[in-house]
Design a protein around this ligand. Structure first.
Ligand SMILES: Nc1ncnc2c1ncn2[C@@H]1O[C@H](COP(=O)(O)OP(=O)(O)OP(=O)(O)O)[C@@H](O)[C@H]1O
Ligand SMILES: NCC(=O)N[C@@H]1O[C@H](COP(=O)([O-])[O-])[C@@H](O)[C@H]1O
Ligand SMILES: [Mg+2]
Length: 392
């Protein structure tokens, strides 16, 4: 039971991170009459454009984070991005704040070391072999032990920032320099992972709600430079792989606890299914559910975190998504060819409205449905090729 937005009895939801994923969460929350507050590091972030109110702060600064939460007194705080002062969320949770799904989940998953040790060492889930390093010398020694190729990532980063494949010991210096300059948070620690030769990779969206744990149909995806460029649903895997994937997803999400959507990233190799990482929030590859499911991952997240039931999740059609990534840097970019994209059957375009473009930044997504995944992927590709991000 709650009152109208902006009234004294409103249910107030604060998003920490106001990107494209948060924008859809805000829209879904508003459909259920929730008051929404968007917070991010810059003005006019996508979710700020649809929320009731917005604040611009440095979310990695604990004092600023505490101040905005104490000022707004939200009923729920929803982390939308990894780079947040999660230690402050842990403190505030102990003082009674509701953090989604839990402050510990946000803290463990913002740090690749926390989530990897939980998965591999506490839960014994299969993962790539890994080590951590705090200096170039330690990295060199770790690469020696793990062997090449291996993948090196800052322990705090997302969307592939600062991540690269170390093809030979000669690459160690450049890989280290790239990791140091590109993580989302200044930190000198990296993870080194053995390179998994997988057949495919999937996101298994897992929902913990008052109705228990449910799974969406597996989402297949393709990543380039550590960032997603294409996803589709359903992705075919064998029954045995599916059982293994669900077992891994249930184990890790039970260990994290709380209600909400989790994006469990898995590598499907011929011999086994590997756990890669998990987002305790909707996942970028899950944007495809905006066109495939009766309840998108964003609608599911909002229902779950408000404590409402989710009796079932229906996959209505096969579908695909294509990220629209900027080829240019500009604070006055323009999008051309939307008409061409929308001329493709069963296709929608979502433009996030980010105020500035940087090279490789995701500015929108194309969503297509079709009688099968191949048709949907073709349509999404055709539509995405029609769209151009240009200088004014
Ligand atoms: N050990 C590995 N072996 C092979 N490929 C890997 C490995 N680790 C990562 N990758 C590839 O890089 C992609 C991005 O890696 P990861 O998910 O760890 O980065 P991220 O920065 O957290 O990305 P995101 O925030 O988009 O999930 C993976 O989806 C996979 O394609
Ligand atoms: N893989 C995580 C992910 O997709 N996160 C999404 O990207 C935004 C940041 O985009 P930006 O870097 O363009 O500001 C985040 O706010 C979130 O919506
Ligand atoms: Mg990932």
């Amino acid at each position: 039971m709650y009152g109208a937005p902006l009234s004294s009895k409103a249910k107030k939801m604060m998003l920490l991170g106001a990107g494209e994923l948060g924008k859809e969460v805000v829209l879904e929350a508003q459909r259920l009459g929730v008051e929404t507050i968007a917070v991010d590091r810059y003005e006019n972030a996508p979710a700020m454009q649809v929320a009731h109110r917005a604040h611009v702060i440095d979310m990695t600064d604990g004092a600023q984070l505490r101040a905005v939460i104490e000022r707004e007194r939200p009923d729920l705080v929803v982390p939308e991005i990894e780079a947040i002062a999660t230690a402050t969320l842990v403190e505030l949770e102990a003082e009674g704040l509701h953090v989604v799904p839990t402050a510990r989940a946000a803290q463990l998953t913002m740090d690749r070391e926390g989530i990897r040790r939980l998965a591999a060492e506490t839960l014994n889930l299969p993962t790539a072999r890994y080590e951590f390093a705090d200096s170039l010398e330690e990295l060199r020694a770790a690469v020696d032990r793990i062997g090449t190729p291996c993948v090196v990532k800052p322990i705090m980063s997302s969307s592939g920032k600062g991540q690269s494949v170390c093809q030979s010991p000669d690459d160690v210096e450049s890989v280290w320099a790239y990791a140091m300059e590109s993580g989302r948070v200044r930190n000198n620690r990296v993870i080194i992972e053995s390179f998994v030769q997988f057949d495919s990779e999937i996101t298994l969206l897992t929902v913990r709600s008052a109705s228990g744990t449910s799974f969406c149909a597996p989402i297949g995806h393709i990543q380039k430079d550590g960032d997603y460029i294409e996803s589709w649903q359903p992705h075919n895997i064998t029954d045995a792989q599916r059982l293994e994937a669900e077992h891994i997803a249930k184990s890790i999400t039970d260990a994290l606890g709380g209600y909400g959507v989790f994006g469990v990233e898995l590598f499907i190799a011929p011999d086994k299914v590997y756990f890669s990482e998990v987002s305790p929030r909707p996942h970028d590859t899950g944007l495809v559910t905006l066109i495939t499911q009766d309840l998108s991952e964003f609608a599911l997240h909002v229902r779950a975190i408000l404590g409402f039931p989710i009796p079932e999740i229906t996959l209505c059609t096969p579908g695909a998504s294509r990220a629209l990534k900027s080829p240019i840097a500009s604070d006055a970019y323009q999008v051309r060819g939307i008409d061409k994209a929308l001329a493709v059957s069963q296709t929608q375009v979502r433009l996030f409205g980010k105020p500035t473009a940087t090279v490789g930044r995701r500015l929108g997504v194309v969503l297509s449905a079709g009688r099968d995944v191949a048709t949907a992927r073709d349509r999404a590709e055709t539509a995405a090729c029609g769209i151009e991000i240009t200088h004014p």
